[in-house]
Structures are given as structure tokens and as C-alpha cells.
Design a protein around this ligand. Structure first.
Ligand code: NDP
Length: 456
């Protein structure tokens, strides 16, 4: 840390990673400023994880009301009403509360918050409006932004950013894309009574997830009335009154009042001036960094979505802690990307940790696959045809459980604990000797005794 500069660190972007880095570094005695052009808390707090989860809760309540009938609760269907503006307004109140918490977290640790758009003039100067800020280190934590494919009528597409502020819900919606955001929003819309179609260009959505999970989720979403159109894509969008006509590549036509692009997110580096500084980019358009988040310019580091590692809040938080320790602490540690658990909040949820069966097979050679599929106890009385899938992948040679995958209620909650066991190297024998919690769905993970099959 040097008096030569006004700050020791300027963080560009007050999202999950940027705020954590700023706070941790300030707590270590660094003079830190964070520059933010939009909202404190970034995508996660404002137009991502947090409001999405609130919408998922909200959309599931319709089913919960229906499920009550089997338990003796009678709520006449014509008396069930849902008011979208109420959900959006209450969500907004909660997000404003969180924005305030983020502001206080920064201010209480002595971080200077600078509102505006940052440009990096030279390796030690960040410019925001008229203000030139000199700094020892600069960290780019500007995150990512939805990509809109270049098709005729693309101006009619909305993205996840817009979904959180829609003035009203359409009767019919089309979600374009088969990744996390696509399946989550298809579930939210369908749960809120919108006739929903999901269009995905490949044979089966959720590329990168275990094939059993992908097929099972497709079946469950179809049961909920979501129209899944695989192997086709949107070629053009034409407005027709208050509706849109969509031309698909398979020749079919769809009509909807809302078309949402959930077609991936790109690194948000516009206007930073990275090119002129010599910061190198990867072919996918992300900032190139080494294991220590170091760019090609010694004083500039980067973390989070902008560097192309898994676009997950806990990953950015972990990176921030490692980087803060390197810049102002006592260590050179690196981020451990092994066995990152993740959940997709489609309905029912996906929870997963460790490789898919295909990837595990290539890595370990011979695997034992344990699989259980059942009706969750709750639905024995509700009568709902929803099922749950659990799968364990075991390396036959070492007996280590290398992956756990699940589709079912609270899969994210259940998988977090299993992620600890898998990271700790637990064997199947350890799983077998673990006493279950009865009666839960989770106990199935410690009671699957016979492999469904052995592969490799
Ligand atoms: P994803 O990369 O997960 O999915 C993008 C989808 O769009 C894929 O199905 C992809 O198809 C498709 N696609 C991409 N380009 C085109 C195109 N030009 N035309 C047609 N289809 C296209 O991105 P998301 O936007 O869903 O989410 C971004 C990231 O945000 C996620 O990867 C995840 O890391 C994070 N996230 C995490 C959440 C969580 O933790 N629960 C929730 C939401 C987001 P294909 O598979 O063929 O490439």
C-alpha cells in the first residue's frame, strides 16, 4: 500500500464479487473505492438469484393451494386469485432493503462508493465522469449481461432483466433458450398460469447437466403443461396487434404475448478501455486472467462472470476472498473449482455436485451408478404426479462418491450437505454407514444399496 495513490484498490462493479473484495480488502486496512453505474448488489441481488427465487416461491404457491385439497383444505378454484403487481412490488421492496444492506456493509468497512461509469485511463487511473481516481490496484468485477441473438424482430425480445419489472403477465409466453435462466423462467411463468412454450435449438435442454437429469426434468416440465420444443429455434419475430408471431426453424409458427431470450450472458466490458491498456481477452470475450486473477497488466485484476469461470455468485465470492488475501493479506491461495455444487430452480428443482456420468466415465473408467426414482411422500395425498430422481456416481476402484444429482423438491438444500461429503472424499461405504433422517426424501441418498448398473 502506497501514499502515491488516492486509493490502494478501486473495484469496478458492486456485484457479489466486487462488494466482497472491497469489504474484505478494506477490513485488511486497504483504502478502497468501488465504482458502480447501476445498483448495489449486481445481477444476483437486483435481476438474478434473489428476485428469481422470490418469483419461484410465488409461482409455486398455486400448486401448493391445489395440493391442499388432498389434505382436506378446500379453496374453491374460482376464489384463487393471483396479482402480479403485488408480487413485483413486494419483491422490489425486498430488493431495496438489500440494496441498503449492501450500502451499509460497504460504508461500515470504510469503502468509498462512487456512482457512475468507470473508464480505465491508465494502469493506475480510473475515470468516473469528471473525477480522476489514482489507485495502486484496479479490479474489474463488472459481471455479465444477457445476449440477444441477431434475428429479425429481436427488438421485441425481453431478457431476464426485464422479466423482473413486467407491468403485466401475458396469457402466452415463449422462452427461448434451454439453460438455467430458460428453465427457471419457464417454471415461474407456467406456475403463475401463463401458457408457456420453451424453444431450444438442441435435442435436449440443460446441456452440461447429467443426461438422466435432463431427460427427467423434461418429463416433469411437460407434466406441468410446459410445451417443450427441442431441435428448433426462433428465426424471426413479427408483431401482430398486441401479440407476436414467431417463425421457427422447423417451419412451425408460434403466437405469444411475450418472448423472452434466455440465450446466455456475455462479459460486460463495454467502455472500460481494456483493449488500449493491453488487457487480453479470451476467444469467448472474457477477460483473460491467470490462477491469481491477474490480467496481462500487472496492476489490473478481474473476477466473477467477466472472467468466464462458472457464472455463480458463490464462485465470485470465493474468488474475491482469494484475491483480497493475495493483494492485501498473507496468502497466495488459488480458487478451488472442484465439485462446485449448483441448483437450478426449475420446478421441481435440480441440485447437482460433481461430474455428469459421461464426464465421470472418461475420468474414472469404471463407475457404479445408483439411481432411485419415487413419488415424494407429500404427493401420496396431494395426488400430484410429480416424481423425484436421485443419482449417485461412484468410482468403482476407490469406492468414492464422485457425484450426486437430484431432481425434486428442495434439491438445492439437500445437495449442499452432500457437496461437503463429496468434497471430503466420502466413499459409498461412508454413505451406507450414515443413518438416514426419516421420513425425508434426502434419506434416499444414504439408502441406495444396489447399483442400478455398472459402466465402463
Ligand atoms: P446458459 O448458458 O445456461 O444457457 C443459454 C441457453 O441459450 C442454452 O440453452 C444455449 O444453447 C442457448 N443459446 C445460446 N445462444 C443461442 C442462440 N444464438 N440461439 C439459440 N439458442 C442459444 O445461459 P443462461 O442465460 O440461461 O444463464 C447464464 C448463466 O447464469 C448460467 O450459465 C449460470 O451460470 C448462471 N445462472 C445461474 C443460476 C443458478 O445458479 N440457479 C440461475 C440463472 C443463471 P446451447 O446449450 O445449445 O448452447
Amino acid at each position: 500500500m502506497s501514499d502515491k495513490f488516492e486509493f490502494d484498490l478501486v473495484v469496478i462493479g458492486a456485484g457479489s464479487g466486487g462488494v466482497r473484495l472491497a469489504r474484505m480488502s478494506a477490513q485488511r486496512g486497504a483504502r478502497v473505492a468501488v465504482v458502480e453505474s447501476r445498483y448495489l448488489g449486481g445481477t444476483c441481488v437486483n435481476v438474478g438469484c434473489v428476485p428469481k427465487k422470490l418469483f419461484v416461491y410465488g409461482s409455486h404457491i398455486g400448486e401448493d393451494i391445489e395440493d391442499g385439497a388432498g389434505y382436506g383444505w378446500s379453496v374453491p378454484r374460482d376464489q384463487v386469485k393471483f396479482d402480479w403487481p403485488t408480487l413485483v412490488a413486494n419483491k422490489n421492496t425486498e430488493i431495496h432493503r438489500l440494496n441498503g444492506i449492501y450500502q451499509r456493509l460497504l460504508e461500515n468497512t470504510g469503502v468509498t462508493i462512487i456512482e457512475g461509469t468507470a473508464h480505465i485511463d491508465d494502469p493506475h487511473t480510473v475515470v468516473v465522469g469528471d473525477r480522476k481516481i489514482s489507485t495502486g490496484h484496479i479490479t474489474v468485477a463488472t459481471g455479465s449481461w444477457p445476449v440477444i441473438p441477431d434475428i429479425p424482430g429481436k427488438e421485441h425480445l425481453v431478457t431476464s432483466n426485464d422479466m423482473f419489472y413486467l407491468p403485466q403477465l401475458p396469457n402466452e409466453a415463449v422462452v427461448w433458450g434451454g439453460g438455467y435462466i430458460g428453465v427457471e423462467f419457464a417454471g415461474i411463468l407456467a406456475g403463475l398460469g401463463v401458457k408457456t412454450t420453451l424453444v431450444y435449438r438442441g435435442d435436449l435442454f440443460l446441456r452440461g447437466f447429467d443426461d438422466d437429469i435432463r431427460e427427467f426434468v423434461a418429463g416433469e416440465l411437460r407434466k406441468k403443461g410446459i410445451d417443450l420444443r427441442f431441435g428448433t429455434t426462433i428465426q424471426a419475430i413479427k408483431p401482430e396487434g398486441s401479440q407476436y408471431n414467431l417463425e421457427l426453424s422447423d417451419g412451425s409458427v408460434l403466437e405469444a404475448g411475450l418472448v423472452m431470450a434466455a440465450t446466455g450472458r456475455r462479459a460486460l466490458v463495454d467502455g472500460l478501455g481494456l483493449d488500449a491498456l493491453g488487457v487480453e481477452m479470451t476467444p469467448s470475450g472474457h477477460i483473460e486472467v491467470d490462477d491469481h486473477f491477474q490480467t496481462a497488466v500487472p496492476s489490473i485484476t478481474a473476477l466473477g462472470d467477466v472472467i468466464g469461470t462458472p457464472q455463480l455468485t458463490p464462485v465470485a465470492l470465493g474468488q474475491a476472498m482469494v484475491l483480497s488475501r493475495r493483494l492485501f493479506g498473507d496468502g497466495e491461495g488459488v480458487m478451488d473449482y472442484a465439485a462446485i455444487p449448483t441448483a437450478v430452480f426449475c420446478q421441481p428443482n435440480i441440485g447437482t455436485v460433481g461430474p455428469t456420468e459421461t464426464v465421470a466415465l472418461a475420468e474414472y473408467g469404471r463407475l457404479r451408478i445408483y439411481r432411485s426414482e419415487f413419488k415424494p411422500m407429500k404427493h401420496t395425498l396431494s395426488g400430484r404426479e410429480e416424481r423425484c430422481l436421485m443419482k449417485l456416481i461412484v468410482d468403482d476402484a476407490s469406492d468414492k462418491v464422485v457425484a450426486a444429482h437430484m431432481v425434486g423438491p428442495d434439491a438445492g438444500e439437500i445437495l449442499q450437505g452432500l457437496a461437503v461429503a463429496i468434497k471430503a472424499g466420502a466413499t459409498k461405504a461412508v454413505f451406507d454407514s450414515t443413518v438416514g433422517i426419516h421420513p425425508t426424501s434426502a434419506e434416499e441418498f444414504v439408502t441406495m444399496r444396489e447399483p442400478e448398473r455398472t459402466v465402463g
